[in-house]
Design a protein around this ligand. Structure first.
Ligand code: AFP
Length: 330
């Protein structure tokens, strides 16, 4: 089995990007170690602090954020970073070529119940000149690499550099990431959806109708039964979609007028959308393709509908975007 290093060489990924990816992978090994120690290392539970999102920070949110910041500062290829746990962008190395956006521990509310959590990262080119928040405001199409590490029964790294999606599994003894799927691919159709149903009364009508039709099963307009999963950690739900198809959505809702969306564009939606499109799936807000969005601020949130292409199209048709009659461009 190819190691991550061998894979990066085989895909002719340039040396500095390979170095950055290996730094992120190595840091994720240390994060995996910390997560596994859990209560034994006194790293569970919450702090008294809130992040810019207004969320109480878990101890591991801060620990993992610091681990990634320290590693990226030492790497030398990084011009700046943006993190879910940092109010503002952080300048790193003047000569760095890359910007890194990350969620150090996605799904951290799962930590205290020993459920799935992960790290999500997105790599953008660093523009010349002074580093400001504006340097980061590039569409998802500009991403040079993206991936996540899922801390589950296995620790797995899903990675794209624009040449498909590869999956690596961390060998528990050698502590090497080994290639276990050379080309992850999302089936175009599915019978499995993922949504937090408790928000149903707050959704817009198109999503309420779409989900209601799924729940009608064989007697409804879809004429088939659907299964539901909800891990409450995007990394876990997206990994399932990449592994066996499905549709994952965190739609807009009117539960809190000040927060119509939940998921963050720069370090959740964009990297996951890059992975999903590279695996043959689709990722939309319900009204526009996620990777085409021009960001306006680093912590902005968006609605997310992603996964099996035909099922995303079906969902979008409820939102007035009818892809069934896609123009024949031949
Ligand atoms: P936390 O990192 O605060 O646990 O949030 C995780 C997340 O951003 C995303 O990973 C999940 O898909 C989503 O929130 C879960 O949201 P709900 O807790 O509202 O189901």
């Amino acid at each position: 089995m190819q190691t991550l290093t061998q894979h990066l060489t085989s895909q002719a990924v340039n040396d500095s990007l390979s170095q950055l990816i290996l730094t992120l992978a190595d840091t994720s090994k240390a994060i995996s170690h910390a997560v596994r120690h859990g209560a034994l290392a006194g790293v569970l539970g919450a702090t008294e602090q809130e992040n810019v999102q207004g969320e109480t920070q878990k101890k591991l949110d801060i620990i993992t954020n610091d681990m990634l910041k320290d590693a990226l500062k030492a790497d030398g290829t990084v011009r700046g970073l943006a993190s879910e746990e940092e109010d503002h962008v952080v300048e790193v190395s003047k000569g760095g070529q890359y910007l890194v956006c990350f969620d150090p521990l996605d799904g951290s509310s799962n930590i205290d119940i020993n459920s799935l959590v992960g790290t999500i990262f997105s790599v953008l080119p660093a523009p010349a000149g002074e580093l400001t928040e504006t340097s980061f405001l590039q569409s998802g199409r500009a991403q040079l690499a993206a991936g996540y590490v899922l801390y589950g029964p296995s620790t797995m790294l899903a990675l794209t550099t624009g040449q498909g999606v590869q999956l690596f599994t961390l060998h528990p003894e050698t502590n090497e990431f080994l290639l276990t799927d050379a080309a992850m691919s999302i089936s175009p159709d599915t019978a499995e959806f993922a949504i937090n149903m408790s928000n149903q009364r707050f959704w817009e009508a198109p999503m309420q109708t779409y989900i209601a039709d799924l729940l009608l099963g064989k007697i409804g307009p879809r004429e088939k039964s659907f299964n539901m999963r909800w891990i409450a950690a995007m990394v876990g739900d997206v990994h399932r979609v990449l592994s066996r198809g499905g549709i994952f959505t965190y739609p807009t809702d009117n539960k809190d007028a000040k927060k119509p969306y939940k998921l963050r564009l720069m370090y959740e939606a964009n990297p996951m959308a890059f992975l999903v499109e590279q695996a043959g799936g689709k990722a939309s807000t319900g009204y526009e393709t996620i990777l085409d969005i021009i960001p306006t601020q680093i912590h902005q949130r968006v609605a997310v509908i992603l996964g099996s292409s035909n099922e995303v199209d079906a969902c979008l048709s409820y939102h007035g975007l009818d892809y069934s009659e896609e123009p024949n461009l031949d």
